[in-house]
Write a protein that binds this ligand. Structure first.
Ligand SMILES: [Ca+2]
Ligand SMILES: [Ca+2]
Length: 263
């Protein structure tokens, strides 16, 4: 029987880096979004002395027997993938920002490095959870001072501190009667987007020891059009009355011409 050769390049490693705000090692819904544009490195790892123990990636990144194979950035949803791999042992290393702490990696060592073994014809999975130490305490209101209730977005400018780039993160949180309490956030620059999604607050800075902040978002509901009253109403009503009376007179004249008489 002919044994087929080991396929090279059909195996892959996929994974995700996310904001694990409650630090439980699971990605809990939209309130724990993926982290985009996070650098991820892939190393090929050799088994040490045939002992079955995987070697560690040194702090410098590349050490003998642990070669850097590829680099990449996480996608908008925090996902990453390395394809066209040979079967074997690898290490995923996530270069996370200093302002975040590792809450989880799929290896269980909380160092944002996960070692995986990719089987032939198969794939491996690696996850890294990160969280910040900021607890946001916000009063969210409309320009007229009405408290906002509903889902608002805490729009973090990301590690680069600049809004509008790939590393930005939007965290949906609930505002109840204007109050937002949300933990596990990275420190830094934020804007708050109101429930209508159309307008964002001015930038504000959230830090570990920050005081409660009042944030104004959105626009007030449009003032309904004024009811027709007063002289303006009268000006419309007078021509209308002429039309009605005129119409009645014309109808009566037409009936008379047709020989129809009111009973
Ligand atoms: Ca979680
Ligand atoms: Ca940014």
């Amino acid at each position: 029987m002919v044994v087929p050769p080991t396929p090279v390049g059909t195996q892959r490693i996929t994974g995700v880096v996310w904001l694990d705000r409650n630090r439980d090692g699971a990605q809990d819904g939209p309130g724990e979004p993926g982290l985009a544009a996070v650098p991820v490195e892939l190393y090929r790892v050799e088994l040490r002395g045939g002992s079955g123990v995987l070697g560690r990636v040194g702090s410098s990144g590349a050490t003998t027997g642990r070669d850097l194979v590829a680099r990449g950035l996480t996608e908008a949803d925090g996902a990453f993938a390395f394809g066209s791999l040979s079967a074997g042992a690898y290490a995923i290393r996530v270069r996370y920002p200093e302002s975040l702490a590792v809450t989880w990696d799929s290896e269980g060592q909380f160092d944002a490095e996960a070692q995986v073994v990719v089987p032939e014809h198969g794939q491996a999975q690696a996850e890294v959870g990160l969280a910040g130490d900021v607890q946001a305490d916000l009063r969210v209101q409309t320009p007229s001072g009405s408290p906002v209730t509903g889902t608002v977005l805490l729009w973090w400018a990301g590690p680069d501190g600049v809004f509008g780039r790939d590393d930005d993160v939007r965290v949906p949180v609930e505002a109840v009667d204007g109050r937002v309490l949300a933990g596990g956030l990275p420190p830094g620059a934020y804007r708050v987007v109101g429930p209508d999604g159309s307008s964002a607050s001015p930038p504000l800075n959230l830090s570990q020891d920050g005081d409660p902040l009042t944030v104004t978002v959105g626009t007030d509901p449009q003032t309904p059009p004024l009811a027709v009253t007063g002289w303006a109403g009268a000006a419309l009503l007078v021509p209308a009355a002429f039309l009605i009376v005129g119409g009645l007179l014309l109808t009566r004249a037409a009936r008379r011409r047709a020989g129809v008489h009111p009973a």
